[in-house]
Design a binder for this molecule. Structure first.
Ligand SMILES: CC(C)(COP(=O)(O)OP(=O)(O)OC[C@H]1O[C@@H](n2cnc3c(N)ncnc32)[C@H](O)[C@@H]1OP(=O)(O)O)[C@@H](O)C(=O)NCCC(=O)NCCS
Length: 239
């Protein structure tokens, strides 16, 4: 589902749930927070700030900034990103890239209103700060289940960056309290299927939906991992 439709669905879902909670993080001076009528403090005080900087020695996941519009514009020229991530057959225009980046920024600024944060993060090189791609949380469904997605610009591929980003993001989501994390992949997207498998996600089967591209229908596959399984594996790695 295109990102803007997912966002609209999430807003509808929040409205249905009457979301008026506020994370403790919104009390940080750098995060704008207008407390709505009916405001009540977040009940899950253990939930960390919804605007993360998730990092290891190789990559850092950070929020989008206005200056990333050029990066997004260039990335949108890649046919694989167009097809599998943007669901379109032409690059963004400069104006569309600016709007999209503004939208990504705004999503995080309003993330305090959500029980669980969602949004896109830029994957950057931890050493140089160079943007390499994006990964993000597309949304949450009942039972604290999070859906993620990702892409890399072509020059960043072939080094394990996407796998590393998925592992970092998934670990962060389980720390936030996700019970399960999943992603969906079009059946002919071999590179992405390998990312999911390398990161430790297991094939659950077809979603029952199809991706239509150039007049051909392709199945959409679901890969997932549960919190207990993830923690058990981490424990095994440590032991
Ligand atoms: C899907 C996508 C992110 C995969 O990128 P990728 O570079 O193949 O994936 P990774 O960054 O995990 O790198 C894996 C490759 O690096 C190699 N590699 C090198 N060092 C590695 C390391 N330390 N760890 C893991 N892999 C490593 C792997 O062997 C693999 O190479 P191979 O494909 O030749 O076997 C990329 O193709 C893409 O952006 N596609 C377009 C958008 C898209 O499809 N998004 C997903 C929608 S579901």
């Amino acid at each position: 589902m295109p990102r803007h439709l997912r966002r609209a669905e999430r807003r509808r879902s929040l409205r249905r749930r009457g979301a008026k909670t506020c994370h403790s993080a919104c009390q940080r001076s750098d995060i704008h927070c207008d407390k709505p009528d009916g405001y009540r403090p977040c009940e899950d005080a253990a939930v960390p700030a919804p605007i993360p900087v998730v990092s290891d020695s190789v990559i850092t996941l950070r929020r989008w900034a206005g200056s990333d519009a050029r990066f997004l514009l260039d990335a949108s020229e890649d046919p694989a990103i167009q097809r599998y991530s943007l669901s379109r057959s032409r690059p963004l225009t400069a104006a569309e890239a600016q709007v999209a980046v503004h939208d990504y920024e705004a999503t995080w600024v309003s993330a305090h209103a959500l029980d669980r944060p969602s949004g896109s993060l830029v994957i950057t090189d931890s050493g140089t700060g160079t943007p390499l791609g994006q990964c993000g949380i597309d949304g949450w469904s009942l039972g604290d289940v999070a859906q993620i997605g990702y892409w890399l610009v072509p020059k960043a591929r072939g080094r394990g960056i996407a796998t590393r980003a998925v592992v970092l993001l998934t670990s962060w989501l389980f720390d936030l309290g996700a019970s399960r994390v999943f992603l969906t992949v079009v059946e002919d997207n071999r590179a992405s299927i390998e990312v999911a498998q390398r990161a430790g996600f297991l094939l659950e089967g077809s979603t029952g939906e199809q991706s239509i591209w150039m007049g051909r229908a392709h199945e959409i596959l679901c890969f997932a991992v549960a919190a207990e399984e993830w923690k058990r594996r981490q424990q095994t790695r440590v032991d």
